[in-house]
Design a protein around this ligand. Structure first.
Ligand SMILES: Cc1cc2nc3c(=O)[nH]c(=O)nc-3n(C[C@H](O)[C@H](O)[C@H](O)COP(=O)(O)O)c2cc1C
Length: 343
């Protein structure tokens, strides 16, 4: 199950509602659940209402319940650790006075909108990820995912457009990797050697679906090899349509290239079983079921190891059973109502 924000955790605390939501997916045959983004303990980490925190006694007790229920139902589960960077706007919980923190200070109409992280702030953020990683292992999760995608903090450092710092965290591609490398190393040190560390990344940005961190396989290699060397076990290559070739001259998608370059297990994602992207679902468009023949063809060609399914599992909690039993025609579409309920 792909990580999907639900906004159902008032005061940052995942309650019984959250536990039964994930339990339902484990019961219906999902092998590995990646939770919705959950914030690390830094004042600017959260960007949206009712997002679960991954620190504090009550929030962690809530997560413990989630893990126990998913395990009871026979599933595996990892939290997605999140810092939104400049996506945070003033007025957002937990402290509405706190502005966004990003790679650079951004002045908007006379007021400061985003504060550029100092070296000391960066250290705090790295330590917050490490603390969350330690908690994930203590709570009995089966690993963790670092959210390095979709133009949130780590990705804001990767992208040359949002990172024009002149210190060791900005400049060349190698330097723009530095925040991620610090976080991965600190996380790796905080957990046992066999505790799975997944890293999610994307080429696309919320402001620009055609943005590229890597324009060709050579650049992708420069991007991925240091991350792998820092301690990533599994890469999660976030694309909006899994069937799209990443570079000219090969049918491989981003996950396929990542596997070829790093030799690590990879997760693919993007419109599995559905005919429109998740971003068009946010625009209110209904996504209709499509079957998964192309996915199976690529899986059998060893292009990727794992498949993350997002909206299809929300549209129809019984999606896996129906696919397995060849009852494709009975699968429910993903509608505006499903997006609003997220049940
Ligand atoms: C309601 C919703 C919330 C999402 N929240 C997150 C999130 O918290 N973290 C993340 O990395 N991706 C998030 N995504 C993206 C999904 O993980 C996934 O990549 C995307 O939906 C494409 O998969 P799909 O086409 O199977 O839905 C979200 C998507 C949806 C639909």
């Amino acid at each position: 199950m792909a990580p999907m924000t639900r906004n159902f955790s008032p005061r940052g605390i995942p309650d019984r509602n959250v536990a039964s939501y994930y339990r339902k997916r484990a019961e219906s045959g999902v092998g590995l659940i990646i939770t919705e983004g959950t914030t690390v303990n830094h004042k600017g980490a959260n960007g949206y209402p009712k997002v679960p925190a991954f620190y504090g006694e009550q929030a962690l007790a809530g997560w413990k319940q989630v893990v126990e229920e998913v395990h009871e139902a026979g599933g595996l589960i990892i939290p997605q650790l999140w810092h939104v960077g400049y996506m945070r706007k003033r007025g957002i919980e937990p402290d509405p006075q706190v502005p966004g923190y990003g790679p650079m200070t951004v002045q908007a109409k006379g007021a400061i909108e985003t504060i550029g992280l100092t070296a000391e702030d960066i250290h705090d953020v790295v330590m917050a990820f490490a603390a969350a990683a330690r908690e994930a292992e203590n709570l009995g999760f089966d690993g963790l995912e670092i959210h390095g995608a979709h133009e949130y903090l780590i990705d804001q450092f990767f992208w040359e457009k949002s990172n024009q710092r002149t210190d060791e965290y900005g400049g060349s591609l190698e330097r723009r990797l530095q925040l991620a490398l610090d976080i991965i190393r600190a996380v790796r040190e905080a957990v046992s050697n066999n505790f799975m560390v997944v890293f999610r990344f994307s080429q696309w940005k919320q402001q620009d679906f055609n943005a590229k961190l890597a324009r060709n396989p050579e650049e992708l290699e420069r991007f991925l090899i240091p991350l792998a060397a820092a301690g990533v076990d599994v890469f999660h290559a976030s694309t909006r349509r899994f069937w799209e070739p990443e570079f000219e001259g090969s049918p491989l998608n981003l996950a396929g290239w990542t596997r070829k370059i790093t030799g690590k297990p990879v997760i693919t994602v993007g419109s599995v079983g559905l005919d429109t992207t998740f971003t068009s679902s946010f625009g209110g468009k209904t996504a209709h079921p499509t079957g998964i023949d192309e996915l199976i063809r690529r899986m059998e060609a060893d292009e990727f190891d794992l498949v993350a399914v997002g909206r299809a599992l929300l549209a129809d909690p019984d999606w896996i059973n129906k696919i397995r039993d060849g009852q494709d025609c009975e699968i429910e579409p993903f509608t505006k109502e499903a997006l609003e309920t997220l049940a």
